[in-house]
Ligand binder design. Sequence first.
Ligand SMILES: *[C@@H]1O[C@H](CO)[C@@H](O)[C@H](O)[C@H]1NC(C)=O
Length: 345
Amino acid sequence: MKLFKLFKNTFAMAVFLSAIWLLFTWSNLGMLSIQTDSRSIPVAVKNKLCNVNFNDERPHITNSTSLKMIYYVTPTYPRPEQVPELTRLAHTLMHVPRIHWIVADDQPLCSDQVSSVLRRTGLPYTHISSPKPFIYKSTNFPRGVANRRVALNWLQENVAEGVLYFGDDDNTVDLRLFDELRNTKKVSMFPVGLIGEYGVSSPIVKDGKVVGFFDSWPASRTFPVDMAGFAVNIEFLKETANMPFIAGHEEDRFLVSLDLKVEDIEPLAANCTKVLVWHTKTVKHKKPTLKININKLNTISKYQNFVNLLKETSRLGMAEVNAEAGIKSYVTRNRKTSETLADIL
Ligand SMILES: *[C@@H]1O[C@H](CO)[C@@H](O)[C@H](O)[C@H]1NC(C)=O
């Protein structure tokens, strides 16, 4: 009898806990009504417009004004790879005429490092600081949504025509893609390489029309495509345009919010037979902490260059320098000896 009661209590407890867990998961997944209206973000975030430059200052590009402007929206976030990724993408975009780069950075400050990359491109650009709302900080929530939303808002308020494209900071883009997507009338689509289990994600085209999709993760999506696999004419952006904080469904929900019909999709890349953009991923680098007393090193003038290198490494977020803790670092003077920094001081 006692055992039965214990069992009953445990069972009741388990049911109760499961219910709470379910409720929690549902609300996290945005299935409860308050969360599905993704425009009612309950937490006020301070987005900052860091800088806008409408002038094309590139000496090597002739900007024919008859070309439609491409608005290239790149969400980014601080990490050791941020500056190298942005640098590499910048060097692609610098070859493209009539392009405006919107970079929305997931951090509360207008980062000098990001500004500096943008300024040196000579491109027209918009730099926004758009930290992810606090309640969306948990890993369940997709990165980049807050950034893309704030970029969308900026476009809706400042731009009347052109073509919108979402390109992540780590994608690889063939320059030929820009010539094609510039002519998007409503929504164009094209294959993206290195996606999911099929190695590619693409619409399937028959007689010049999209008749289906080839994507390893259909997930009941109307438009199972990658973020880098479509472009939108800004005149086709509706007031209802929206992107939810639901991992894996951002593209589909966004396209559905535009009231897009499958028959309206314009297939590019030779009827979706060519791959002109890839979802490349850079290996993540764990930021090390170097045990170096930089203040002490700074007092010795002959190590000034080295001190400045350490400061730059730290400024770019590639390593921390700490006098008290971290990896013991060595200096090599010849092939045989290596000394700690303490030895050379
Ligand atoms: C795509 O297919 C249509 C219909 O078959 C054809 O008319 C068109 O030339 C094709 N486009 C390209 C770029 O191959």
